[in-house]
Structure formats: structure tokens, C-alpha cells
Design a protein around this ligand. Structure first.
Ligand SMILES: [Ca+2]
Ligand SMILES: [Ca+2]
Ligand SMILES: [Ca+2]
Length: 491
């Protein structure tokens, strides 16, 4: 196996060199096995080349680095007769969980694929969690139920072995992994920010000789080492260490409490200006290496006032969405008294700040009138600068109310076919509906359910004066028609 070791060494070095050219948080290595026909995963794991030899796992043809995501091709160049054909892919790697909680994983591919996840860093405990069935292919995330994993509980900071197997026969080809984090963040494809390449099983022999961990590239700061105060900064590096490795980030030579993931994200403060950051990685054998250079951070004071980038009211005429140019003070932004409309025909009763910290959803007490243009005024709202800048109405935010919104209501589990079954119903009379929402056309869809009352109501603004003829479409029974006819109002 001497020649085998030599080949692995060469490819490992090639990977290292590629890693230097591609700066990303995390990385993985994909092994490619050419000359294997068939669409099933077993055609990769048990298939033979033209010499009758099983190639998997040691006899791979080429390898490549996988930043910035678990995605082995560019979708924009995807065509149905794409070369190459008759090959398989194998991506063994480690994921360090950035949060504690339940994760969901997806895989999609052309042709079939399997996603294996271990209960810890040991490949021996791997379990099949998602797959595109043997002999199938899936351009979508949800073509097969098997493509989505059951919820998997992972612990923040723990390292888990993960493995992707992929088989391509002919025509288009790709494989891609997605995940949803415990906080609800959906990333499809999944970036390799918290991924490090596997050393075992392929590189076990090689790394048995060469066990020192190394920092292949980095550390770096993203989006930049020069940022505005309150901006998010991520420090990252590409590591090369037997797993489970541990990480510690340092500020001015002192360990930062809690900064023990393979990347470190924080909000820069003015006081961070001039700080230097380093990282140390310790491999499974307890051997450590520190980064050979520091990241020096420059933090600028924020003197730019926030303004409203957009004001919109799309489907819900009781709801206005404002998007600020930057994150704003939460207490101030959620006070409905800090907003007003001109003309002042309605009042804001509620203000909710979304997770991005800069989008505010406002509720009004009266329906906004279609065709109107309102000016949104704000006061008493500041950004998050250390010397907070007050938000400005410059230029004034204009809110144009879209025509053509209609509100619908559903009352479920109500039998009958006549209009009296609607009008005599106590729940209908007290407007005790089960579901409501807004639509852009004056209709309810077919085949929603059995035994229900559906109602749409709103206002019609005639575009010109004269005689109009109302025409109801072909109906299944009376309830659908009467619901609208009984409630229609003309302005
Ligand atoms: Ca192909
Ligand atoms: Ca294919
Ligand atoms: Ca600002």
C-alpha cells in the first residue's frame, strides 16, 4: 500500500494548496470515482472499473475542495445532457453544531444519493438520515419523503461525522445538502461554515504518521476586518485536525469566553477598534497549533442616521411593513406611537420588529384604502450606534396601497347546500370563523374541503361610470356564490 499512501499524500497537499486559494469558513473534500455505470449507490460502493476492481473508497480518481457549500455544481450551468457521466461522489466530513437543539437535514441530487450522520465524531455510529432513492433523481428538495431527515438533536460545540454518497449515470448531475437549524434558519444548500474535512476513514493511515493539527488558511474576518460599530463580524479559518478537535479564539492574547467553535461571530463595538484576534486548534490527540498571524480589527463610529428604505402594504390592508436602512433600537421601534400616517385616517395599534432588527410590521385599526398614497412619518427611533443617530424622514416614505385585495373567511365543518345554511348558521352570524387571509382575486379555490362556508368580502371601486353586469362562475353548489353575493358592497 506504499503507492496508495503516496497518492493520498499528493492529493492531501493539493487540497491544502487549493484551500489557501479559496478563503472560506470551513471546508470539505469530495472524492470522485470515474468509470462506474449505473444509478444506484451500490454501483459506487460495490461497482468495479474496467479492470474489475472495486474503487471505493481508496481508489478515487480525483478530489476537490467544497466551499462555500455542500453543493457540487453550479445550478446556473445545469443542463440535461451535462458531462461528466458514469461516476460517483463521496464526501466524508465533520459538522460542528453551532447551536443546541433539533436539526433537519435534506439531500437532493441527480442521480441518487445518501446522507449519513453519526451520533458523534465516530463514523462507526453513522446512520442513514436522508436519501434520494436508488435509481431515482430529484431536482427538488421534497420530491421524495426520504429526502428529509427526522429531527436530529445536536449539541452546540460537539462534532459529528457526516458522509454523503452520490451516484451519477447519465444526463445532468449534482448533489446538494441542506439543513434547518434549531433557531429556524433554513440553509439550502448548507454552507460549510461549520464543516471540516474528514481525515478518517480515507486518510487514517496517512494521518497516523502525520498527526499534528494545522491551520491551513486564516484566520480572516468576514465581511471585512474594517467594520462599522454594531456590525456582525465572523472570524474563521480552515483547519486540518483529527476530530473531535476543539477551538479557542483569543482577543489581545486572552481567551474569549464562549468563543470555542471553529468560527467566532460577534457584534463589533467601538471598543474593539485595534483589537487583535488569534485562534488555537487542538486535535483529538491533544496536540495544538496557534494561528501564525493576528486579525487586527478596525471599527468605525456609526454617524449615519437610519432611514426608511421601503414602506409597503401588499396583501393585508391592515398591515404596513417598513424596512429601515439598518438595525434600530427595539424598544423605540416597537412603540406604535412613534409612527404616523399622512393623511391621518388610521392609527397604528401595534409594531413588531422582525428578527433582522430592521423590518417593522405595523398594524392599523382601519383598513387602508386602495388607491391612496400615504406618507409614513417616524419619530423617536434611533440606530444602535454608541451615540445613537435619530432616524430621518428623508426622503419621506410613500405608501401606495395596492388595488385588488380581498379578504376571505372559512368556517369549517358546516353541512348543507343552501344559502339558508349559511345565513341561519350561528357561527356565521357571529363571525366566528376558523381561518382568514387575503387574496388578489375575487374567488375561492375549488376542492378546499367538504362542508364549509367560504366567504370573501371587500370593496369594489368602479374604474368608470356606467352599467356593470356581475357574472358568477359555474358553481358546485349555492354556498360558494351566495357568500360573496351577500356581502358585496359598492362604493
Ligand atoms: Ca452527467
Ligand atoms: Ca443524471
Ligand atoms: Ca447608523
Amino acid at each position: 500500500m506504499k503507492s496508495g499512501h503516496f497518492r493520498i499524500l499528493l492529493l492531501a497537499l493539493t487540497s491544502v494548496i487549493l484551500g489557501i486559494n479559496e478563503s472560506n469558513a470551513g471546508w470539505a473534500v469530495r472524492y470522485v470515482y470515474d468509470g462506474l455505470s449505473g444509478t444506484a449507490i451500490t454501483n459506487l460502493t460495490e461497482g468495479t472499473n474496467e479492470l474489475g476492481e472495486v474503487m471505493f473508497p481508496d481508489g478515487y480518481t480525483t478530489s476537490e475542495i467544497l466551499p462555500p457549500a455542500f453543493d457540487v455544481r453550479d445550478f446556473s450551468t445545469y443542463v440535461n445532457d451535462a458531462e461528466p457521466n458514469d461516476y460517483g461522489s463521496y464526501i466524508p466530513a465533520y459538522i460542528q453544531a453551532p447551536q443546541t437543539g433539533e436539526y433537519t437535514f435534506w439531500v437532493r441530487s441527480d442521480d441518487s444519493s445518501q446522507l449519513w450522520l453519526s451520533t458523534d465524531e465516530d463514523p462507526i455510529n453513522k446512520q442513514l438520515v436522508a436519501s434520494v432513492p436508488d435509481g431515482q433523481w430529484s431536482p427538488e428538495w421534497d420530491s421524495f419523503a426520504e429526502q428529509r431527515s427526522e429531527p436530529v438533536k445536536l449539541e452546540k460545540g460537539e462534532v459529528y461525522y457526516v458522509e454523503i454518497l452520490h451516484k451519477e449515470a447519465v444526463h445532468g448531475d449534482f448533489v446538494e445538502v441542506g439543513w434547518q437549524l434549531p433557531d429556524g434558519t433554513l440553509q439550502r444548500p448548507m454552507p460549510v461554515d461549520y464543516v471540516q474535512p474528514s481525515i478518517s476513514p480515507l486518510w487514517d493511515d496517512f494521518m497516523g504518521v502525520y498527526t499534528d493539527p494545522s491551520i491551513v488558511d486564516g484566520p480572516y474576518a468576514s465581511p471585512s476586518s474594517a467594520v462599522k460599530e454594531a456590525e456582525l463580524v465572523t472570524l474563521y479559518a480552515d483547519f486540518y485536525a483529527s476530530q473531535p478537535a476543539t477551538y479557542q479564539w483569543y482577543k489581545n492574547g486572552a481567551p474569549i469566553s464562549g468563543a470555542t467553535l471553529c468560527s467566532y461571530t460577534f457584534r463589533a463595538e467601538l471598543g474593539d477598534d485595534g483589537n487583535s484576534y488569534t485562534v488555537k486548534v487542538t486535535n483529538a490527540n491533544g496536540q495544538s497549533v496557534e494561528s501564525s498571524w493576528d486579525v487586527f480589527l478596525t471599527v468605525f463610529a456609526d454617524t449615519v442616521p437610519p432611514r426608511i428604505d421601503s414602506a409597503s402594504c401588499t396583501l393585508n390592508p391592515y398591515e404596513v411593513t417598513l424596512e429601515f436602512s439598518e438595525r434600530v433600537n427595539e424598544t423605540e421601534a416597537t412603540n406604535p406611537g412613534n409612527y404616523s400616517l399622512d393623511p391621518a385616517t388610521v392609527n397604528f395599534t401595534e409594531a413588531n420588529l422582525l428578527d433582522d432588527g430592521k423590518t417593522v410590521v405595523l398594524t392599523v385599526d382601519e383598513m387602508l384604502q386602495p388607491g391612496n398614497v400615504y406618507t409614513v412619518n417616524i419619530s423617536g427611533i434611533h440606530d444602535l450606534a454608541s451615540s445613537p443617530n435619530p432616524a430621518v424622514n428623508d426622503p419621506p416614505a410613500k405608501l401606495s396601497i395596492t388595488d385588488g385585495m380581498i379578504q376571505y373567511f372559512y368556517y369549517w365543518d358546516i353541512a348543507g347546500m343552501t344559502t339558508n345554511d349559511i345565513l341561519d348558521n350561528a357561527r356565521y352570524q357571529s363571525e366566528d370563523y376558523d381561518e382568514t387571509g387575503f387574496a388578489t382575486s375575487l374567488m375561492l379555490p375549488w376542492g378546499v374541503a367538504e362542508n364549509y362556508i367560504g366567504q370573501v368580502k371587500g370593496y369594489v371601486t368602479p374604474p368608470e361610470s356606467g352599467d356593470y353586469t356581475c357574472c358568477f362562475g359555474k358553481r358546485a353548489d349555492a354556498k360558494k356564490i351566495w357568500a360573496w353575493a351577500a356581502q358585496r358592497r359598492w362604493l
